[in-house]
Design a protein around this ligand. Structure first.
Ligand code: NJP
Length: 271
């Protein structure tokens, strides 16, 4: 038996591609989403080394139960892929407080729930890899992405520190910052949009919605390629701790780094 992978958000998009790539590499995969049937549908039914379990990542007890069941059945969790997430898209003031909290409940606290459930099992074996699907929006924010970016910046800050706490215990971390991937991410099946009309933003919001509609289904990056990279990196002993994926992501992240460097130098010049 190869390694044991636990993947969240494996019913669609990047998560299902990662699960598929891991299966193709001979690994055992516990694939989760809010409905186990949705996972089975994504894989066209049963597969020897695929085990579908329902997990809403906002349910901490369910996350503990899935981690315990995985270890009991397969002996370990070697790779956790904390992938499940979605986007609240639109201008900040067009969101209710409840929508902003929902974004954090899933993207940040849900992701923490799963890490908290899995880390004790990895610590006990002094080994494991936690792959966290962040976003280039965890490094760079733009008009229309403030709420989503806030949740992904939070993931970056949390995971950057947590990774240093885990490293001495033999557990590695890979933070993944993709650019735009061709998944359901921008589709009404996944994304939510701000619901409050504010005339001051009306024109800019309409332009932003047109950009999202245009981009939906035409994103430049193939999730299969990213999934293959993640599976390849997981098999290396000296894998990098970050993967900025896609020309768009590398360009945005590079511009942000340049801007930060300039800001730091300018601030120093002013004493
Ligand atoms: O999106 P999509 P992606 N509990 O919508 C699951 C990040 N990212 O594959 O609805 C458990 O095709 C959902 O399952 P379900 C992004 O932020 C993307 O692109 O239950 N699962 C489905 O399997 C996210 O972290 C882009 O059937 C929950 C999956 O999440 C990751 O990539 C760019 C759930 C979403 O599939 C995967 O998103 C970027 C919950 N509460 C980062 N809520 C991009 N696509 O452009 C949702 O930089 N799911």
């Amino acid at each position: 038996m190869g390694k044991v992978w636990l993947v969240t958000g494996a019913s669609r998009g990047l998560g299902s591609e990662i699960a598929r790539a891991a299966l193709d590499a001979g690994e055992t995969v516990v694939a989760t989403a809010r409905s186990a049937d949705a996972v089975h549908d994504a894989f066209g039914g049963e597969h020897d080394r695929l085990h579908a379990i329902a997990l809403d990542i906002t349910d901490a007890e369910a996350a503990n139960a899935v981690a315990a069941e995985t270890v009991e059945r397969f002996g370990s969790i070697d790779v956790l892929v904390n992938n499940a997430g979605y986007a609240e898209l639109g201008f900040f003031e067009t969101f209710t407080d409840a929508a902003v909290r929902r974004q954090f409940e899933v993207n940040l606290f849900g992701t923490m729930n799963v890490a908290r459930a899995v880390a004790p099992h990895m610590r006990a074996r002094r080994s494991g890899l936690i792959v966290t699907i962040s976003s280039v929006s965890g490094l760079v924010s733009n008009a229309g992405g403030a709420v989503y970016s806030a949740s992904k910046f939070a993931i970056e800050g949390w995971m950057e520190g947590f990774a240093q706490e885990l490293a001495p215990l033999g557990i590695r971390s890979l933070l993944v910052e993709p650019g735009m991937l061709r998944t359901d991410f921008m589709d009404g099946r996944s994304a939510s949009f701000g619901s409050i009309d504010i005339p001051d933003y009306a024109e800019a919001v309409a332009q932003y919605r047109a950009f999202v509609d245009e981009a939906n289904g035409n994103q430049p990056n193939d999730p299969k390629l990213l999934a293959a990279r993640i599976v390849a990196l997981a098999s290396q002993d000296e894998a990098p701790s970050r993967l900025v994926f896609g020309d768009d992501a590398r360009q945005w992240a590079g511009a942000k780094v340049d801007q930060l460097r300039q800001d730091i130098v300018r601030a120093a010049d002013r004493g």
